[in-house]
Design a protein around this ligand. Structure first.
Ligand code: NAD
Length: 291
């Protein structure tokens, strides 16, 4: 399978990073979103992130310009019909993802591979709603995509070997490292990471520590580069809650019960960095804990 044209659905934090690394690796990228603001924001963020790579001498100015020239945007999902590989990176909600695949499938050529960047939702279930479960798999990038080395590759029950091999080759060409995970709720990274973040929120909820003391404890006491609440804000609290719900529903174990305080933050629309407020308030010069 020769992959050259790549479609990315969803131009949020992950979509712009995914478009960035594919364009830099020489793929033609078509990025779509329901929001024109999101598309414009993604292009400007990509430009800034590429500039930073030039300043740090990781890439040349010519490589940056070539990458930007390979990215185009569209508000019409059907335009992705002419791509060889689609990576869906829209909001972490199963109904949204299902609707995207249902709308997209009639426009695809027979060989296009479909993938989802979902953090937790069943690949097998998403695949079953398409006409090509054997050409469907999980392609899970880490945030921020241009920096993080790992890509989790998740086989659904029907994923065939050529599809898996094609995606593995793509990861190699991106200069990243793949890890293979089975299709169970939240796969490997988030199965381990999210309960830790949820436990940090319980620690806050029960008054064991403040936002600052919890983050400082895990940075200095466990040598984590970021504290768990800082990391939750970085990921997005809506995404964290959605993943905990998938773990709770999918594994039916009370140890995955989302912390009510996490739910409260999401209900308030305090989703972390992307809305400027979460466990920290980012509206000033330096982040200020909100509890
Ligand atoms: P985000 O909220 O930053 O962006 C989501 C984007 O999807 C928005 O721009 C929104 O307009 C768009 N969208 C919503 N419905 C759409 C539709 N029907 N068609 C096209 N676009 C649509 O979210 P994100 O953090 O980029 O997460 C996207 C996906 O990546 C989720 O599945 C998430 O679980 C996964 N993921 C997130 C992280 C993380 O750290 N944030 C890490 C790995 C994977």
């Amino acid at each position: 399978m020769d992959i050259q044209r790549v479609g990315v659905v969803g131009a949020g934090q992950m979509g712009n990073g995914i478009a960035h690394v594919f364009a830099l690796a020489g793929y033609d990228v078509l990025l779509t979103d329901v929001s024109e603001d999101a598309l414009n924001g993604a292009l400007s963020r990509m430009g800034k992130n590429l500039d930073r790579q030039v300043t740090r001498e990781k890439i040349s100015d010519a490589e940056k310009n070539a990458a930007l020239s390979r990215v185009s945007t569209t508000l019409t999902l059907a335009d992705l019909g002419r791509t060889d590989l689609v990576i869906e990176a829209a909001t972490e909600r199963e109904t949204i993802k299902q609707a995207i695949f249902e709308d997209l499938v009639p426009h695809l050529g027979p060989d296009t591979i479909l993938t989802s960047n979902t953090s937790s939702i069943s690949i097998t279930r998403l695949a079953s709603r398409t006409d090509r479960p054997e050409k469907f798999m999980g392609f899970h990038f880490m945030n921020p995509v241009p920096v993080m080395q790992l890509v989790e590759l998740i086989r659904g029950i029907a994923t065939d070997e050529p599809t898996f091999a094609a995606c593995k080759t793509v990861v190699d060409r991106l200069g990243k490292t793949s890890a293979s995970a089975e299709d169970f709720p939240a796969f490997i990274v988030n199965r381990i990471l999210m309960p830790m973040i949820n436990e940090a929120v319980y620690t806050l909820y029960e008054g064991v520590g403040s936002v600052q003391s919890i983050d400082q404890s895990m940075r200095l006491g466990a040598n984590h580069p970021m504290g768990p609440l800082e990391l939750a804000d970085f990921i997005g609290l809506d995404t964290c809650l959605a993943i905990m719900n998938v773990l709770h529903d999918g594994l039916a174990d009370t140890k995955y019960r989302p912390c009510p305080l996490l739910t409260k933050y999401v209900e308030a629309g305090w989703l972390g960095r992307k809305t400027q407020r979460g466990f920290y308030d980012y509206r000033g010069e330096t982040p200020v804990p909100t509890r």
